[in-house]
Design a protein around this ligand. Structure first.
Ligand code: NAI
Ligand code: MG
Length: 504
């Protein structure tokens, strides 16, 4: 009998057992209900099958896999699984396009194509948002107000730079790199594609990009948009597949730069594969961010920041504020308010406009979250989950937090990538810095305080690539994003993000 069966833990975690019911009675649900408000799917076109997008054409391959809607486990489409041979084809197309067209046209013309992509994406924003939510499980309000608009903003922003690169790097000599290989994860599919494709094109490179296994659909919609924008064939090649497809991109000698977002484990594999080559690389990997709340913080705003920090996109966020560091004097107040707030979160159909917590992206990710949460219980931490009904089909996990957490507990050190918060306390700023930095990661952090001087002191000492003050998870194409330590290196966004796609 497994630990799970013996303890009935999965029913406790994922069902609506008496135990979890009792736990939740401590905080009352706010006294109103929302009527259903589903987003319409009528205008959505999802083909039953998607081939690879190579050299401006749909290219068939030998193997296909299914992508499902994680909210109901229904199959959405059949997706091409690119072989190493297909990757060669895509890279060759990108190389030819680089030599014959993209590197020859003027930067001003390049900019026009990128602007055109952005504008067509705007026209199709609703369709893109609905497909993103269907394929990946994220709430429609997030894909509509964050993923898609931000992806578009990245194309607009980098389109603007295309003919102004010499002002970005005054007095320096530089050129484009050539073919870049880009590999993205499943948590923000179209947004990650925009972060990567837009600066690459603006700098004059051509692209082979691979979507993640569970979320290929919006990238194939982007392929249609790129065609509609009249981008020369082969400038952007969009493929799909699994880890071996990604590895074939990394190992192709004609690929001169790799941009990867995903797990630290695969980031390390990539570093090993390219050692000894002259490939440029940027890695955006995992995180275990500290969200630090001081006693002089505006508490209600901070609680919203905690909720946004860890429950946004079901916690499938590399910069998620997954470790709450709360000053001891206000711990009880914060926990009380947090419990109340958790009880008001609406979990369910990602396409419902009122949904706050959507589906977990895949069965595999649900298993990983469950395993780590079980370890928290086993190691003696105290779990809290609100009362909420989970749909009978699909992959779901209740918004969860743990108190009585020690820094040595697995849930305090490992990236869970789910809606699970670990609460720790501190007494002094020094202790907060020590605890915040006690991690192999260094991607992001949040600091909440009424005192500007305290915030400046903290941001100068906490080792994280992005630090938000009195807010969390705010993004802008002009601000660079990236990590320290095992969170990777290189920056995406801003002028810093351009530098990664140029040779100096
Ligand atoms: P992953 O790192 O395996 O997948 C990310 C991308 O890399 C996918 O497109 C995948 O096909 C590709 N890939 C896999 N193996 C590869 C290889 N050997 N060479 C080149 N490309 C390869 O992440 P996975 O398995 O989807 O998630 C596992 C854990 O990683 C998550 O639970 C989470 O903790 C973390 N993760 C972190 C992300 C972040 O943004 N920091 C994003 C996705 C996952
Ligand atoms: Mg899917």
């Amino acid at each position: 009998m497994t630990f799970r069966e013996k303890n009935g833990i999965s029913t406790k975690l994922n069902g609506n057992s008496a135990a979890s019911h009792q736990r939740s009675l401590k905080s009352k649900k706010p006294g109103w209900e929302y009527a259903e408000s589903p987003e319409s799917k009528d205008h959505i076109i999802i083909n039953s099958k998607y081939d690879l997008f190579i050299n401006g054409k749909a290219v068939k391959t030998g193997k296909y896999f299914s992508t499902v809607n994680p909210a109901n486990e229904e199959k959405l489409s059949e997706i091409a699984y690119a072989s190493a041979g297909d990757v060669d084809k895509a890279v060759n197309a990108a190389e030819k396009a680089y030599r014959n067209s993209w590197s020859r046209i003027s930067p001003k013309e390049r900019a026009k194509y990128i602007f055109r992509i952005a504008r067509i994406m705007q026209e199709k924003a609703r369709e893109l948002a609905v497909i993103e939510s269907m394929d990946g499980g994220k709430p429609i309000k997030e894909s509509k107000s964050v993923d898609i608009p931000l992806a578009i903003a990245f194309f607009f922003y980098y389109a603007g730079w295309a003919d102004k690169l010499k002002f970005a790097f005054p007095g320096r000599q530089f050129s484009s790199i050539g073919v870049v290989g880009q590999i993205i994860p499943w948590n923000f599919p179209l947004l990650m594609a925009a972060w990567k494709i837009a600066p690459a094109l603006a700098c004059g490179n051509t692209v082979v990009i691979k979507s993640a296994e569970t979320t290929p659909l919006t990238l194939y919609k982007l392929a249609e948009i790129i065609q509609e924008a009249g981008v020369p064939d082969g400038v952007v090649n969009i493929i799909s597949g699994a880890g071996d497809t990604g590895a074939a991109i990394v190992n192709n000698p004609k690929v001169k730069k790799i941009a990867f977002t995903g797990s630290t484990e695969v980031g390390k594999l990539i570093m090993r594969s390219i050692a000894g080559t002259d490939k440029k690389v940027t890695l955006e990997l995992g995180g275990k961010a500290a969200n630090i709340i001081f006693e002089d913080a505006p508490i209600d705003q901070a609680v919203e920041g905690i909720v946004n920090g860890i429950y946004f996109n079901q916690g499938h966020v590399c910069c998620a504020g997954s470790r709450l560091l709360v000053q001891e004097s206000i711990k009880n107040t914060v926990i009380k308010k947090l419990k109340y707030r958790l009880n008001s979160l609406r979990l369910g159909d990602p396409l419902d406009k009122n949904t706050d917590i959507g589906a977990i992206n895949s069965r595999q990710q649900l298993d990983k979250i469950t395993e780590l949460v079980e370890s928290g219980i086993e190691e003696g931490c105290t779990i809290y989950q609100p009362e909420c009904k989970l749909p009978s089909k699909g992959y779901w996990f209740k918004p969860t937090f743990f108190t009585n957490v020690a820094q040595s507990n697995r849930i305090a050190g490992e990236e869970i990538f789910g809606p699970v918060l670990s609460v720790l306390t501190f007494r002094t700023p020094k202790e907060a810095i020590e605890k915040a930095d006690n991690t192999q990661y260094g991607l992001s952090a949040g600091i909440w305080s009424d005192k500007g001087s305290k915030i400046f002191k903290m941001v100068n000492q906490v080792k994280a690539g992005v630090i938000w003050a009195n807010t969390y998870n705010k993004f802008n194409p002009a601000s660079p994003f990236g990590g320290y330590k095992e969170s990777g290196f290189g920056r995406e966004g801003g002028i810093q993000g351009l530098k990664e796609y140029l040779k100096f």
